[in-house]
Design a protein around this ligand. Sequence first.
Ligand code: FES
Ligand code: FES
Length: 156
Amino acid sequence: MSIRINVNGEERAFDGKGITSLLDVLRGNFFLTGAKDVCREGFCGACMVHVDGVPMASCLLPIELVQDRPIMTIEGIGPGGTLSPLQQALEALDAVQCGMCFPGMIMSLTKLLGDNPAATRDDIKRGLAGNVCRCTGYERIIDAALTLRQEHGLES
Ligand code: FES
Ligand code: FES
């Protein structure tokens, strides 16, 4: 079975079983290893990608369900392969520890801040409810997101 998907603006084809998870196709077939393979149960959020602009756990998505739907992975989030403003803010605040959760965190936060650039600390906490980090206290991650508000003049 040949399944067409669009990943980070590129048309790709996967030849294999339609039940194969999007996560396995991204990592094993397309060598896009940014989405992390952790719980495989939809619990941790480390495998999140955008499907039609919405963050989803790629470990739970059979590839046949995303045929012809635009997918964005962490590799496609920054302009021209550079770091996005959010990634730069996370780096500047030294928010990243082991990094396993960060691809998923960034996919969730990018959507959240895109929809609501004036998101409050509580909005951001709620937006990260599906992303588990075992290393950090989340505070620097939230601080980095709030830094972007300051850069855009939303907060003094
Ligand atoms: S690996 Fe998909 S949610 Fe944890
Ligand atoms: S930084 Fe290690 S799991 Fe989040």
